[in-house]
Design a protein around this ligand. Sequence first.
Ligand code: FES
Length: 195
Amino acid sequence: MKPQIQIPDTKAPQLSGAESHGPGKCLMSRRKFLLTSGVTTATVMVTMKIGTSLAEVPAVIATYPSKKIAKLSDLKTDKPLGFEYPDEGTYAESMIVKLGQQAGGGIGPEMDVVAFNYYCTHQGGDLTGTYKGDTKSLGACPLHLSTYDLTRHGILISGQAYQNLPQVLLELNGDDIYAVGVFGLIFGRYDNLQG
Ligand code: FES
């Protein structure tokens, strides 16, 4: 699977496009998809392989008031920590993990710290406890086996889903890690924030 992330200027003027990070990869740098501050949303089109053909699917980027979720010095490679974001409502459970290798949207000296929502985008299967350090993936989903690549913005590796796993955008301030937004729509929500 070789996804391409295309960002139309008319829909997301702050976002300047995809950035390649080597053969077979297509990653946006964190700065490319991180908007300014406050509650802001933009829709981007993500080209993904569905079955045997390519299709464009919409992805929503949203930023919210920041929330401190972890300390960089507390993170151990391949040991996820849980948190809730952007609120404490349904499907807010998420995880942060130090992958031990550079990843799309990664922060820290090695750009390897990423965070993702814990709910499968297919039908909301709970991915808690399914992190695999050898493949840097989340899954297989207990319902229909979807598995997501955490090094490449949560794209689907295999299974029934067709949307990326929502990635929690991170900022580092000293040793403190803050969640500041979500790339993708959280399962079961029309908007990532619940009122
Ligand atoms: S709910 Fe996860 S693959 Fe269907």
